[in-house]
Design a protein around this ligand. Structure first.
Ligand code: INI
Length: 154
């Protein structure tokens, strides 16, 4: 039975990180984790471009532009949406989630969802390197794996 699974060996090409500045103290740790994950798997620092946008809502537009530019093997989207007193959280989460999925589907380039959607700041920090791993690091591995997988598929 032919079975396909992307390796974690650094592929050729450049990687882009699109990071939402909102809750920057959390997102900076995600960016550090993503750089660490890419670097530990053989991606050179000068093969990574970092783009900051105001918040998670703005990530899909830039991710789609970069993914469609034919300059990047994959695009990593990093942000932190933390619930407040209103329904704003739900709208930002919905737009970011569907927009990021759409950016990948419309371009055929892996566009990785590394956005934390949390009820509390503590939950977010725990997923940005404090207790529960680092979702930026995880996003880096997903980007490498998906890039390699798409190259292998018939
Ligand atoms: N953006 C985030 O990335 N995280 C949040 O928690 C957040 N909250 O809660 O408001 C947030 N809002 C800003 C939004 O992403 C846009 O930048 C803004 O609405 C301008 O379009």
């Amino acid at each position: 039975m032919p079975t396909y699974e992307g390796s974690l060996t650094a592929p050729q090409g450049r990687f882009a990180i699109v990071a939402g500045r909102f809750n920057r103290f959390v997102v900076e740790s995600l960016v550090t984790g993503a750089m660490d994950g890419l670097g530990r798997h053989g991606v050179a620092t000068d093969a990574i471009d970092l783009v900051w946008v105001p918040g998670s809502f703005e990530i899909p537009l830039v991710a789609q532009r970069l993914a469609g530019s034919e300059k990047y093997a994959a695009v990593l989207c990093l942000g932190a949406v933390i619930r407040g007193d209103t329904t704003h959280y739900d709208h930002v989460c919905a737009a970011a989630t569907s927009g990021i999925a759409q950016a990948g589907l419309s371009t055929g380039v892996p566009v990785i969802f590394g956005i934390l959607t949390c009820d509390t700041v503590e939950q977010a920090l725990n997923r940005a390197g404090v207790k529960g791993g680092n979702k930026g690091f995880d996003a880096a591995l997903a980007a490498i794996e998906m890039t390699n997988l798409l190259k292998q598929l018939p």
